[in-house]
Design a protein around this ligand. Structure first.
Ligand SMILES: Cc1ncc(COP(=O)(O)O)c(C=O)c1O
Length: 381
């Protein structure tokens, strides 16, 4: 390739947004024709759809039988905050953050709930030293930093016999990474990420120990109806059978069911993980021998396989932030990568969503365009 030669191939699907993420391959609105629109979500038809969504979530993710799975309002944010507001305050808390969303949960704990929490933060591109964390406290953390391209590599640092609860925002990890259920007491995610579903609803998964906390502890602060998981000191079991707190979108539920069935048709979780792994490898293979671009993740063991974040490292670049934005703009203008700029609070660069709905051929086709856009911008600056 000469410096500015236009690459021959284009990604068939240029959607590399980190949320909402690309729909499943060959998606069409016709796939939603079985949605019980205009029917009550409390009617048998609505309830059975919600229960099916819970059952398929358990089947695809391999959630243990004694963990509760609930569909809740407010997308992933709703699920995380519901957990924080109902569970925290009973014992000391550690908040871990390595990017923007984790920092948001720190703000919730410290400024809103006014908890005297231990806060551990790592710069973009790193995670905190998990061996230093006291898991006898309640620990809140993000499995995959969507805005920083780093993830927790495994659950080894979390003791099985911990006294605290682990509350894990897994929204950009669930369905693309192995989650060690025995090490996690609360897991949250939204449908708009790895399965390419819709926003608005969150999933809240609770271990038996989390339920025990809910039934034995009443927070000092008031809880809006939307956060209430217990009544008279007992878990509201209906929430975990599809009796949602308030009205869900049955269209979004149908869309989630379609994605879950697609996941099953591929072979389930291992196939989803393999797709994300292959996508991330396509990015990393391309950048491996380049001296002008690098992974934001400093340690390959913590490199994300869904939200791969890249930084430009060429010293000839004059204004890093403007340069990265201009490259993303060129990619968008060419129609080869939509929404591939770094998150607004993250270091300048690109973020290429490599979750399971993305085709590896599309990632591979994109990478020469990244080089093309970099060279074109370098010449233009
Ligand atoms: C790690 C993380 N947490 C929380 C959120 C917020 O998710 P939602 O908009 O579904 O509430 C996001 C969204 O990108 C995220 O990446």
């Amino acid at each position: 390739m000469t410096d500015h030669a236009i690459p021959a191939a284009r990604p068939e699907n240029p959607r590399f947004s980190s949320g909402p993420c690309a729909k499943i391959p060959h998606y069409s609105l016709d796939m939603l024709s079985d949605a019980p629109l205009g029917r009550s979500h409390r009617a048998a038809v609505g309830k059975s759809k919600l229960a099916e969504a819970i059952d398929l979530t358990r089947a695809v993710l391999g959630v243990p039988e004694d963990y509760r799975i609930g569909i809740v309002p407010g997308s992933d944010t709703g699920a995380v905050e519901m957990a924080m507001w109902t569970l925290l305050g009973a014992r000391p808390v550690e908040m871990l953050a390595w990017e923007s969303f984790g920092e948001g949960w720190v703000t919730d704990a410290v400024k809103q709930l006014k908890l005297d929490a231990t806060v551990r933060k790592a710069d973009y591109g790193r995670i905190v030293d998990l061996t230093q964390v006291d898991f006898d406290k309640d620990v809140v953390f993000t499995w995959n930093g969507t805005t920083s391209g780093v993830r927790v590599p495994n659950g080894d640092a979390i003791p099985a016999d911990r006294a605290g609860l682990t509350i894990c925002d897994a929204t950009s990890a669930a369905f693309a990474m192995d989650l060690p259920w025995d090490k996690l007491d609360v897991v949250t995610f939204s449908w708009q990420k790895v399965l390419g579903g819709e926003g608005a609803h969150g999933v809240l998964i609770l271990s038996p120990r989390a339920v025990e906390r809910l039934e034995s502890y009443t927070p000092a602060w008031p809880l809006p109806k939307i956060f209430r998981l217990t009544k008279g000191g007992k878990l509201i079991e209906g929430i975990f059978k599809g009796e949602t707190i308030n009205t869900p979108s049955m269209l979004a539920v149908e869309d989630y069911l379609v994605a879950l069935k697609w996941a099953q048709s591929l072979g389930g979780l291992s196939a989803l993980i393999a797709r994300a792994d292959a996508n991330a490898a396509a990015v990393r293979d391309f950048i491996a021998d380049k001296d002008w671009i690098a992974d934001l993740a400093e340690d390959p063991a913590t490199g994300s396989t869904t939200s791969v974040c890249l930084k430009f490292t060429d010293p000839a670049i004059k204004d890093g932030a403007a340069f990265a934005k201009a490259v993303a703009k060129r990619l968008e203008k060419e129609g080869v990568a939509l929404d591939a700029g770094a998150y607004r609070d993250a270091p300048a660069g690109l973020r290429i969503w490599c979750g399971s709905t993305v085709e590896t051929a599309d990632v591979a086709a994109l990478m020469p365009w990244v080089e093309w856009a970099y060279r074109a911008e370098l010449a233009a600056q």
